[in-house]
Ligand binder design. Structure first.
Ligand code: DSN
Length: 421
């Protein structure tokens, strides 16, 4: 069988695992045919994918460049040094660790470096847009540390830094975490830094969602204000699936390195680190700032269109790549809306909105993001079309002819803006 996407640097002449490659082919076709609105996803370059299909996957390299526990690391040392140097350059930080396999594992490393088990940590509530690794009781974070949370205000659905400060003064955490997976407003990292200093806490910023916007100059960087900054590499940063950590303090950098290996991981994924290096080079290029700015402009245009059509945008709009759309004005749950949109090839996820009356399995909102659709070339005019399609479908959920028409139009737009083909 011939596969439609070639991810290996030297692809085999023939792919023999038919069942497996059929599923990969179907996924490639799904990504081409559907418009990806999941705010945490993106479409990497072919070069990033190619790096992951190389011989680097064969190499064990426990340790760090120049200090490995295995022989034969001379070439992977070069790969990891390139990745680390580019991460430091891009985020203007003195130190980088590029080995974390995921954002959660980056947070495991950062918390191990900054706190002792059972220390207090203050983070944004998951119900208000935080993240599982910021203190969910079943996540390592909630199991090993004592968490309290801050959230958005009910009247404007935004963080009020005075209230965050009050919580920090009251709770006296060892670490304050900032960063979110469903918050559409700028985060004031300078204010978080000042609060952390005042209460004697370390500041850990998880910039997973906005790393690409920070890299592209569309969001203020947390690096000057935080003790440690963690991120994923596959969201707005548009790299391979993985995690990364940067910081400025040499002692903290040493603690992070030993918290990642041997603390939380064994051998690094050198093929993924190579792909991170390629993505970081792409993000250092001037075109990436243009991309990041377009992501933000697209999100604003989409939010405006949806609001004009009667959907409620949590906090009244967006400053970044995502928005939370309250679908209760259409008498739907988030789950209904996710399914209705999926049926017309618009992929998104249901999401709690702040102070949600529905359980997480139903939720009252959907989270929409523009990172992936901007990568495939869509601009503000397409966002207005897209917003009207979403409103058409959600305002007439029982109207099969509306769904049929929108699905056809989505297919035409997706065909006009191919990702890889
Ligand atoms: N699952 C990611 C997201 O969708 O935001 C966060 O890890």
């Amino acid at each position: 069988m011939q596969t439609p996407i070639v991810t290996a640097a030297t692809p085999p002449a023939r792919f023999t695992d038919d069942a497996l490659w059929a599923a990969v082919k179907a996924e490639a076709q799904r990504q081409e045919a559907q418009l990806e609105l999941i705010a945490s996803e993106n479409h990497t370059s072919r070069e990033v994918m190619a790096a992951m299909g190389t011989v680097l996957t064969n190499k064990y390299a426990e340790g760090y460049p120049g200090k490995r526990y295995y022989g034969g690391c001379e070439h992977v040392d070069v790969v990891e040094d390139i990745a680390r140097d580019r991460a430091k350059q891009l985020f203007k930080a003195a130190h980088a660790n590029v080995q974390a396999h995921s954002g959660t594992q980056a947070n495991i490393g950062a918390l191990m470096a900054l706190a002792k088990p059972h220390d207090r940590v203050l983070a944004m509530s998951l119900d208000h847009g935080g993240h599982l690794s910021h203190g969910h009781p079943k996540n390592f974070s909630g199991v090993f540390y004592e968490f309290a949370s801050y959230g958005v205000e009910q009247h404007d659905e935004r963080l009020d830094m005075n209230r965050v400060r009050e919580k920090a003064l009251e709770f006296k955490p060892a670490v304050i975490m900032a960063g979110a997976s469903a918050y559409s407003r700028m985060i004031d990292f300078a204010a978080f830094g000042a609060i952390a200093k005042e209460v004697g806490a370390k500041l850990l910023v998880d910039q997973a969602h906005i790393a690409g916007l920070v890299a592209g100059g569309c969001h203020a960087s947390p690096v000057p204000h935080a003790d440690v900054v963690t991120m994923t590499t596959h969201k707005t940063l548009r790299g391979p699936r993985g995690g990364m950590i940067v910081c400025n303090d040499e002692n903290i950098a040493k603690s992070i390195n030993s918290a990642i290996f041997p603390g939380g991981q064994g051998g690094p994924f050198m093929h993924v680190i190579a792909a991170k290096a390629i993505a970081l080079r792409e993000a250092l290029a001037p075109e990436f700032s243009v991309y990041a700015r377009q992501v933000v402009k697209n999100a604003a245009a989409l939010a405006e269109t949806l609001a004009a059509r009667g959907l409620r945008i949590v906090s009244g709009g967006t400053d970044n790549h995502l928005m939370l759309v309250d679908v209760t004005p259409m008498k739907l749950t988030g789950k209904d809306a996710e399914n209705l949109l999926h049926a017309v090839d618009l992929t998104c996820n249901k999401n709690l909105i702040p102070y949600d009356q529905n359980p997480p399995t139903k939720a009252s909102g959907v989270r929409l993001g523009t990172a992936a659709i901007t990568t495939r070339g869509l601009r503000e005019n397409h966002m207005r079309t897209l917003g009207n399609w979403i409103a058409d479908v959600l305002s007439q959920p029982a109207n099969a002819s509306v769904a049929e028409r929108v699905k056809k139009e989505v297919a035409e737009l997706a065909r006009a803006f191919p990702i890889y083909t």
